[in-house]
Design a protein around this ligand. Structure first.
Ligand SMILES: Cc1cc2nc3c(=O)[nH]c(=O)nc-3n(C[C@H](O)[C@H](O)[C@H](O)COP(=O)(O)OP(=O)(O)OC[C@H]3O[C@@H](n4cnc5c(N)ncnc54)[C@H](O)[C@@H]3O)c2cc1C
Length: 442
């Protein structure tokens, strides 16, 4: 397989020290051998693929899921667990220009529907996911960012129909949000969860609906046939009528030529501390269960989990090499200590990284693959896929079933992402962007 980053980024190394894996039992799944027939083949067993498989199984479709490694191996099993609005980076102004105000509104409704979908999965299936936080809090890292909050509050009211709560700098500590911040705005949509507990629930739900799920089964090629497609794997073939590509940031350049250069994988890194005592929480002034992020362009995301371990994440490096990893290791510790100085000596028990995917359209792509009737793909959630990838899987199943679903499905999701320049070297586009962002964020 040809990848954008160094091959080690796609192996076990980044998740040697993954906290979530210590919280769920591993599931042993078979490898696909020989020739199989199925209605729909799903490539990739993360939130996108598992949600699609569940919805298709529920509709009585025969579905086969294959993952190159195992379910949850990709970003799904290693994210920060923020089930929140997002999925794209596109601004309201750009949505208005490209698609009109009705479509902009539909787009924002889809973001909210994505969070509602996860909420519904959890309650309908009684999933224990260590849920906490009432919505998501944005913290101003500069005083001028706090000045923008009233305008943002009005936009949130219009887009999502909810009232965001604003706190001034003096009120942060008494609300348990003490740190190097100048104000906060909380949108009461979303919650924190343990992503592997949630994804394990999805996996179980899909299997219960009859989905066949294979591990260590990379799709190598997709070949059109007279009746559909043959998907070649190392030890067999899956003949299907329709297929869904759900490989997001872990997509290779050569498995399916259409995907090549249409997504930009970007690394994100996370640390998790040992449990922080009540006394230490009080010393820092952070006692809140809110999931939060800061107003930097290269933002940090963080939350105190129900067991008092603190999770802190930020962007990763442009390489997966010893040197680059060491630089990120130091940077994440430096930023954590700067923002939460009372915890600078708290031991970090876990640390890992993974790949998210960006699209040039700045929106997720959820749709049919041009020139491949019955071929679909969902990818490009811009680092916010807990809710949106789950939703994308649901939308893709509607499309496969030829159902005009009731879920908001904005035109922006079918905007075919054009290819990034520089081919396999496209990550280097980020060098000047990161440098500029770092200076703006100072
Ligand atoms: C460190 C980190 C923190 C994040 N934090 C958050 C967060 O807090 N909130 C949020 O909303 N989002 C977050 N995200 C993003 C979110 O996790 C992703 O958007 C989401 O998991 C994407 O799901 P997916 O199923 O599309 O892809 P993935 O979960 O990446 O799954 C892709 C799967 O495809 C498989 N695959 C690849 N190639 C093949 C092949 N040829 N054949 C078969 N299988 C293949 C891979 O093995 C992998 O299992 C984070 C991501 C990272 C990396």
């Amino acid at each position: 397989m040809r990848y954008v980053y160094e091959t080690a980024a796609y192996g076990p190394d980044p998740i040697r020290d993954l906290y979530w894996s210590t919280t769920v039992p591993s599931v042993s799944l078979p490898t696909l051998n020989g020739s199989h027939k199925t209605d729909v083949a799903v490539i990739g067993a993360g939130f996108t693929g598992l949600s699609a498989a569940y919805h298709l199984g529920q509709a009585g479709v025969d579905v086969t899921v294959m993952d190159a490694q195992h379910p949850m191996f990709g970003a799904t099993g290693r994210n920060g667990g923020f089930c929140c609005l997002g999925g794209g980076k596109i601004s309201n102004a750009r949505l208005d220009t490209l698609y009109g105000s009705d479509q902009r509104q539909l787009y924002r409704q889809a973001e909210k529907a994505a969070v509602d979908l996860v909420d519904q999965f959890i309650s309908d299936h009684d999933l224990n996911v260590d849920r906490h936080s009432n919505g998501e809090t944005l913290l101003a890292h500069k005083p001028k960012h706090a000045q923008d909050f009233p305008a943002l509050q009005a936009e949130i009211q219009r887009d999502y129909g909810v009232t965001a709560d604003i706190l001034g700098e003096q009120e942060l500590r008494q609300n348990g949000l003490g740190g190097a911040f100048h104000g906060a705005i909380t949108t009461p949509i979303g919650f924190g969860l343990n992503p592997q507990k949630y994804a394990s629930g999805l996996l179980q739900m899909a299997r219960t609906k009859g989905a066949k799920i294979y591990a260590n089964t990379p799709a190598l090629r997709i070949v059109p046939t007279t009746s559909g497609y043959d998907i070649a794997t190392p030890n067999g073939t899956v003949s299907c009528n329709k297929f869904i590509i759900a490989t997001n940031g872990y997509s290779s350049e050569d498995m399916f030529p259409w995907m090549r250069a249409r997504f930009l994988p970007v690394q994100s890194s996370v640390i998790v501390t040992r449990p922080i005592t009540d006394q230490e929480q009080t010393a820092q002034g952070w006692t809140s269960a809110q999931m939060a992020y800061d107003s930097r362009f290269l933002l940090h995301y963080f939350r105190m989990m129900p067991n008092n371990r603190f999770l802190f994440g930020m962007r990763g490096g442009l390489h997966y090499t010893k040197r680059s990893n060491e630089r990120i290791r130091q940077k994440i510790r430096h930023d954590f200590a700067e923002m939460f100085p009372a915890w600078r000596d708290v031991i970090i028990d876990y640390e890992w990284s993974g790949l998210v995917a960006l699209n040039r359209s700045e929106t997720p792509y959820v749709g049919e693959i041009p020139g491949y009737a019955g071929g679909y793909a969902g990818f490009g959630y811009h680092g916010n896929g807990v809710a949106m990838a789950s939703y994308s899987g649901a939308l893709l199943s509607d499309m496969v079933l030829d159902r005009i679903g009731t879920r908001p499905n904005p035109k922006a999701f079918q905007h075919i992402p054009t290819q990034f320049p520089l081919g396999r070297f496209r990550r280097y586009m980020l060098t000047p962007i990161y440098a500029l962002a770092q200076s703006v964020d100072l």
